[in-house]
Design a protein. Structure first.
Length: 635
């Protein structure tokens, strides 16, 4: 059974089938579609025509309005105002760091203008400086906008007289005169110049931009007379000028200028380095501190500034008379506080930390020693004492039971008072040299035995015995000597002058006014930079050990010499002067060798060449041995 397939009337028509039904259906559809489309087109055409008529009417009306501007019109379009912040110093305003204010508007007449005024909104102190305007730049669509700072008169309105309107001084109001089209004007704004110092902080000003038009078009904007001014809607924006505090006014302490030094002297303003005080550990009274930390807080400009100071110790107590403990916070006055250190009965080495809000100082050290020494060791610092006072002739190192340096009282006594007259003479503690130093008083030539004790009388702890021989001999000869036999080029050397008696022993320390003849000591080559001058004819001798400058206990005069850069023999020569007897007024000298860099380098090269030759011979021998072994293996 064959299925009946329906065929579209349009297909039947295209295929030539022209039955009445298909034709009727097709004609009806086409007619209806055509009528609808035709009606829509007519409607849109009518609508478009109405729009065009309305636009023409509006345009005509607008052109009519534009062509007949009212005599009192102001700037068209809202004014846009923007600001940027500025800075200044306390002493003066600075245009290079001024803030700025920018205004933008559209002018259709070219005769309207904008006036800027300012009002102080907030300030950091009592100072209330005004704000001044300075023309900076303009951007106009047609011609440059005219900028004119003016004097404010009549309640900050533009005007006054013609001269004031165009006065180019930096004043407290500003006028921007329009050009036809888009206008933009930028003014610098800065604090009014003054000789008075400013208060640091932020000054905020409200800038008001007011548009206006001078009705009498024949007069320049702002002129007085019969002009009538029409004002528009004002706009406002804030601008800030910030004044930073001067460096000298900073209240922050600086590590580079602030100091804290410890010593045993109260308010030691002359201290430039720390000492390590060695103090008695027994409890000290409130009014008798063992040490002091003189603290001074300064800002970066070395001006005193006050901050709280925190002090902490591991042994003893610290603080002030009103605030004392293991860890305390103390106040400074004019940047200064003298922190006190007390002992609390505990022996040992204390570490003290001290810091302010901004600065942390180097830790301080205090040695708290026991009430009595456990050991006392004495040694001679001057082995040639003379008649009279011999300062620092004896050195003493005393320690308590814990091994801490004992800095308490020590006394020196002689067993032969006719030779050395000291009996229970107090020694002094030298914290820098970390030892007691005792002076001896020579009476006449001879030998005496010296003992050091921790008490003048009663049960004591005693030191070893040290013998001293007092001499009354006179000078016989002078001797020159270097501290080494060989030096590198430029190396530091010490030239020692020693005055001897007829037996060849050192004379006591003293001054010899004419030890050498004119010219003093001469050198075979120029010494290096930094060397001492050696041309003096007089010399003062002293024990270097007594000054903690070395181990030499005989009195000498020492010169520092830097060896020359070239190698060879370096010689110092002199002739004895009238401080010596005629037999001693002879030429003396001392020599040392300065190594030659070139010679040393050549020697090193030669040694290397010898080593290389030896290695070459060894390699050849080993090669021959390997070849023999190979032949035997093949055989």
């Amino acid at each position: 059974m064959t299925s009946k397939k329906q065929v579209s009337p349009a297909i039947r028509i295209s295929q030539g089938e022209r039955d009445a039904s298909a034709r009727a259906t097709h004609l009806e559809a086409v007619t209806r579609k055509f009528l609808v489309t035709t009606n829509e087109r007519k409607y849109m055409s009518i609508k478009t025509n109405f729009k065009r008529i309305a636009l023409v009417a509006i345009a005509s009306l607008g052109l009519g309005v534009l062509s007949s501007v009212p005599s009192q019109a102001v700037t068209s379009g809202a004014i846009v105002i923007t600001t940027t912040t500025g800075t200044a110093t306390k002493a003066k305003a600075d245009s290079t760091t001024a803030g700025s204010v920018n205004i933008k508007w559209t002018s259709i007449t070219g005769i309207d203008s904008v006036v800027l005024t300012s009002a102080l909104k907030s300030k950091p102190g009592s100072d209330a400086p005004g704000l001044i305007f300075q023309g900076k730049d303009t951007v106009g669509a047609m011609v440059n906008t005219i900028l004119a700072p003016v004097a404010s008169t009549g309640g900050n309105t533009p005007g006054g007289d013609g001269a004031s309107v165009y006065n180019l001084s930096y004043l407290d109001s500003a006028v921007a005169t329009s050009a036809v089209g888009y206008n933009s004007a930028t003014f610098r704004v800065q604090l009014d110049s003054s000789t008075a110092a400013r208060t640091a902080g932020t000054y905020t000003y409200t800038i008001t931009a007011t548009p206006y038009t001078v009705v009498n078009a024949g007069a320049a904007p702002g002129f007085a007379g019969n002009n009538t001014i029409s004002y528009g809607q004002s706009v406002q924006a804030d601008v800030t000028i910030t004044i930073a505090a001067l460096t000298s006014e900073s209240t922050v302490a600086s590590a580079s200028t602030s100091t804290a030094y410890i010593s045993t002297t109260a308010a030691n303003t002359s201290a430039t380095t720390d000492s390590i005080p060695s103090v008695l550990s027994t409890v000290s009274a409130t009014d008798t501190p063992r040490a002091y930390i003189y603290t001074k807080l300064l800002n970066a400009s070395s001006v005193a500034t006050d901050e709280s100071v925190t002090v902490t110790t591991t042994i003893g107590t610290v603080g002030t008379s009103s605030s004392r403990g293991k860890s305390v916070v103390v106040a400074t006055s004019a940047g200064i506080v003298d922190v006190k250190v007390w002992s609390d009965g505990t022996a040992g080495t204390a570490t003290i930390t001290i810091k302010s809000s901004s600065v942390t100082f180097a830790n301080k050290t205090v040695v708290f020693y026991g009430a009595t020494p456990a050991t006392i060791v004495a040694s001679a610092l001057n082995t040639s004492p003379g008649v009279g006072t011999n300062s620092a002739a004896l050195g003493v190192v005393a320690k308590d039971a814990s091994g801490n340096a004992y800095a308490g009282s020590l006394y020196v006594s002689s067993d032969a008072l006719t030779v050395i007259s000291d009996t229970a003479t107090a020694c002094s503690y030298n914290a820098t040299n970390a030892r007691h130093e005792c002076s001896l008083t020579g009476v006449t030539s001879g030998t005496a035995k010296i003992t050091v004790r921790d008490a003048a009388t009663g049960p004591t702890v005693s030191s070893n015995v040290v013998s001293f021989t007092v001499t009354t001999a006179s000078a016989a000869t002078v001797k020159l000597a270097f501290d080494k036999a060989t030096y590198a080029p430029g190396e530091k050397a010490t030239l020692v002058i020693q005055v001897l008696d007829s037996a060849g022993k050192s004379l006591p320390a003293g001054t010899f006014s004419n030890l050498f003849t004119t010219g003093g000591i001469t050198l075979s080559q120029a010494a290096g930079n930094g060397s001492d001058t050696v041309t003096a004819v007089s010399a003062t001798t002293v024990s270097l050990a007594s000054l903690a400058l070395g181990t030499t206990t005989d009195p000498v005069k020492a010169y520092t010499i830097y060896m020359p850069a070239t190698g060879g023999t370096f010689k110092a020569s002199a002739t004895g002067g009238t401080s010596l007897p005629l037999a001693g007024q002879v030429a003396v000298s001392a020599s040392a060798t300065v190594t030659d860099n070139a010679s040393a380098a050549l020697a090193a090269v030669n040694a290397l060449a010898t080593t290389v030759a030896s290695l070459k011979t060894l390699i050849t021998t080993l090669t021959n041995l390997v070849l023999k072994i190979q032949k035997k293996v093949k055989a």
